[in-house]
Every structure is written in structure tokens, then in C-alpha cells.
Ligand binder design. Sequence first.
Ligand SMILES: CC(C)(COP(=O)(O)OP(=O)(O)OC[C@H]1O[C@@H](n2cnc3c(N)ncnc32)[C@H](O)[C@@H]1OP(=O)(O)O)[C@@H](O)C(=O)NCCC(=O)NCCS
Length: 248
Amino acid sequence: MKTLTQHNPDAVLFKPQTPLTAPRPDEVVVYWANVDEWNTSLELLSETELHRAGQYVHAHHRDRFIVRRSLLRRLLSAFLDRPAHAVSILSTAEGKPGLNPAEHPSAIQFSLSHSHGIAAFAFTAERRIGIDIEKIDPDIELLPLARQYFTAGEASYLEHLEPQARLLAFYQCWTRKEAYLKAAGIRPLNSFDTGLQTNQILDALAPEQNQRWSMHALDLPAGWAGSFVIESTDQHPIKIFGQELYPC
Ligand SMILES: CC(C)(COP(=O)(O)OP(=O)(O)OC[C@H]1O[C@@H](n2cnc3c(N)ncnc32)[C@H](O)[C@@H]1OP(=O)(O)O)[C@@H](O)C(=O)NCCC(=O)NCCS
């Protein structure tokens, strides 16, 4: 079994008892980490990532980016059985990262998110996936945001909830929306409904997408909300695994 330590970036695994294996099409594996607990090291990053790291104004934000990318590379390295620095990641013009198909003939699909010091990574195979996490701000003025960015139906649903339920539903809706954008492509946030009542995405701009997605809440540390959205198939219900990553 491989294990991951701070000192050996190509050795892999976070909790000693859990092996890191590439997800199958009927599996979703979600990892999350408090990136502030990890040492930064530039050695795994590509030229493009080093350039991006250099553009951060604040060292704290730069360091978090470096740790996020290093963790992503180490996870992909384990799945692909390639050295982490040799994993080739490309981003689309919209910014969606993925494996370089010319280098890795792999069906692995992944998505990333971060909020403050927490980073989350979702992996599957063959199906498009998006993940989003947000730190919950209990003082957020959420109804004006909902009216601006959500559909009229979503905003109206939130208006009729008690404050605590409204807060949680707001973040559920928000993270579903961002996760859907990452999975299906960027579009206006109020052009589709995330089904707070129906649990189905209804996309006004792309009705062919309707019924194609399932949405799942993430069980994150207290104070964070998160969702992933995955393309559905009729063949297999998905099995979901989740794990926090700790530096050894
Ligand atoms: C792209 C977007 C979905 C990213 O979400 P976010 O909450 O800002 O940031 P997150 O940390 O959750 O996600 C960032 C990661 O998403 C990924 N990402 C960026 N663009 C992406 C895209 N088009 N598709 C899929 N993933 C994308 C990247 O991996 C990025 O991580 P990196 O910067 O370390 O490479 C979001 O910024 C966006 O464009 N939303 C458009 C909708 C909108 O108008 N929102 C603002 C309302 S105030």
C-alpha cells in the first residue's frame, strides 16, 4: 500500500488504512484537506502552475494554491501510477482542469474547489463531475443574493424558510449551482434551477441537460457546506467515498 508523507511527495496515501485507487465509473471519491496544515513545496508544479502561483499578491493565497495543486497531483499520481510532477493537467479556455488526453489515456474526471483554508477534490471516471464548497457565513445577507443570482422559484422557496433552514438551503443551492457550472459548463446562475424541492436540475438554456445530473451534499467539517453534481447514467447507482487528507 502506498502512503503519503510530507517528505516524499511521490509516495501516496493520507490515512494509513485507506488505499488510493483510481475511481471506477460507478464511484465518486471526494477528498478534502485543511491546506494550511500542509508544507508548501514547488517541486511538483508545472511551469504553468508556477506561473499562476507567481501571480498571487498575498503569500498566504499563493501557498494555498501551491498546496492544492500539489495534493491534486499526488492524488492523480496515485491513480495513474505516474510521478506527480509528470502528471499533465490542461485547462480549457473556460478554466476547467482535466488530464491531458495526449499524455494520459485515462477516463478519470475530476473537479476542485476551495473556500478559505479547505480544499476539496472529487474524482470519478467517464462521467462529468463538478464540486463546490463554501464556508458558511451565518451573517450573510442571503435574500438579496438569492434574488440576484438564483431563479425566482429558488429565491421564493428560501424566503419561506426559517432562518437556520434558510441559511443551509442557501448554501446548498449555491454550491449545487457552482458544482453544476463546473460539470456542465459556465452559464448564468439564474438560468437553471437546482431543485431545492424537486432535487432535479432544470436548465432553461440547455433543456437536453435536464434529468442528466444527480446532486449530492458533502459531509464536510462543521461550518462548511458543499455539493457535487455528477452526470447520471441508467446503468449503475454511484458509490460515494469521502476522506479527509492529513499530512503524516
Ligand atoms: C469557475 C467558478 C465556478 C469557480 O468557482 P469558485 O467558487 O469561484 O472557486 P472554487 O474554489 O470553488 O473553484 C475553483 C476551481 O474551479 C476550477 N475551475 C475553474 N474554472 C472552471 C470551469 N469553467 N469549469 C470547471 N472547473 C473550473 C479550477 O480547478 C479552480 O481551481 P484552481 O483555481 O485552483 O485551478 C466560478 O468562479 C464562476 O465562474 N462562476 C460563474 C458564475 C457566477 O457568476 N458566479 C459569481 C456570482 S457572485
